[in-house]
Design a binder for this molecule. Structure first.
Ligand SMILES: Nc1ncnc2c1ncn2[C@@H]1O[C@H](COP(=O)(O)OP(=O)(O)OP(=O)(O)O)[C@@H](O)[C@H]1O
Ligand SMILES: [Mg+2]
Length: 346
């Protein structure tokens, strides 16, 4: 199938005011998303997830690389105008992204004002999308502050869906929600995708949620995707030490469960202003050898689109502790909760 979105060698540098240095926020990211597919983008804070999303949406200019959306070049503000409405963004803080002065119905209608469409047609669209996102009609007359966080996020999703986008970038859409609201929003997003075939770039550091919603997953570290592939495969058999470490670290979220971490990533994350030679993880990685400190590992395709950037991925393959831990965790959580642990957060 042809890709809806194709990103190749994306780089983004932010100049630092009053200095010659730059923040090397994105350092050669390549990814693609097919129609109707969810790609989960995970990584620690500052790894560049939001910046990737903003470059794709054309909200900031990329420094290098190419972004093709639906067969067209995009990723610059100029080009972005051409696809406006076909790509949308859902934010983390639903309350903050909604203007308190406008009623919910007006907030949902707002993205349509830029389109050649009469008031009647806009109203029909708003009602359609309200039904799609499970917002009762009377709620459209309320102000955002009168809604719960979960309802506010439904409005955020309705606002994004009202232009019938092909791709929605969801930047931590459930991080500000309680577990019940989080599970409901995930269910809603999956339902919309099933019905309309919308593609998602789902940005989150909540691995349980990402695993549940994503077809494929990309793991970011210091502005690079260190590993990507089929979500079930990457979660079960991470081949990059960073993924294995992230996975084992994240598997300690619930006070009732505790496991040994399998890969202990010690040390500080290097600064994106002064990146080291070689693999960016080498200083923190228990698998690192001399070569890792000198050369940047190229992408290696392990088959089936499972791509890893690591000279030592074969050694990581022998370590199945993370997979065991995850399976154990899922199993335990399901037993205790009586359902899959979608709602658990970091
Ligand atoms: N406008 C900016 N000017 C300078 N540096 C920036 C700017 N925006 C982001 N950065 C830097 O780029 C890097 C990536 O930031 P980004 O916000 O994309 O990370 P993130 O993965 O989304 O983090 P989080 O999980 O905290 O949201 C960070 O080092 C950040 O400080
Ligand atoms: Mg972010």
């Amino acid at each position: 199938m042809t890709n809806l979105l194709e990103v190749n060698g994306l780089r983004k540098r932010f100049p630092i005011a009053g200095s010659r240095s730059v923040v090397q926020a994105i350092n050669g990211v390549s990814l693609n998303i097919q129609p109707g597919e969810t790609l989960g983008l995970v990584g620690e804070s500052g790894s560049g997830k939001t910046t990737v999303g903003r470059c794709i949406l054309g909200l900031i200019e990329k420094s290098d690389g190419s972004i093709q959306f639906d067969g067209r070049d995009t990723g610059s503000r100029q080009a972005q105008r051409n696809v406006s409405g076909e790509m949308q963004l859902v934010f983390q803080e639903p309350g903050e992204s909604l203007d308190p002065r406008y009623r919910v119905g007006q907030a949902i209608e707002e993205p349509l004002l830029a389109q050649p469409m009469g008031a009647g047609e806009r109203r029909t669209r708003v009602l359609e999308v309200a039904a799609l996102t499970g917002l009762p009609r009377e709620l459209l007359e309320l102000y955002p502050t009168e809604l719960s966080a979960g309802q506010q996020q439904r409005v955020g999703i309705a606002r994004a869906m009202v232009t019938r986008p092909k791709l929605v970038v969801l930047d931590e859409p459930t991080s500000a929600l309680d577990p019940t609201a989080r599970a409901e929003i995930i269910e809603l997003l999956m339902g919309i995708q099933k019905e309309l075939g919308t593609s998602y770039l789902f940005i989150s550091h909540d691995l349980s949620t990402v695993r549940f919603i994503s077809h494929r997953v990309a793991i970011m570290y210091l502005g690079m995707i260190v590993e990507q592939g089929d979500a079930a495969k990457v979660f079960a058999e991470p081949r990059h030490p960073y993924s294995a470490g992230l996975l084992s670290a994240v598997l300690l979220p619930h006070p009732d469960f505790s496991f040994d971490t399998s890969v202990n990533l010690s040390g500080e994350i290097p600064s994106p202003i002064n990146l080291p030679e070689g693999c960016f993880l080498a200083k923190r990685c228990p698998f690192a050898v001399d070569r890792c400190r000198k050369e940047m590992p190229p992408p290696e395709d392990l088959g089936g689109g499972h791509i890893v950037h690591c000279f030592r991925h074969q050694e990581v393959a022998h370590l199945d502790r993370a997979a065991d831990t995850f399976a154990e965790f899922q199993h335990e959580a399901e037993r205790v909760l009586g359902k899959p642990p979608v709602a658990l957060s970091m």
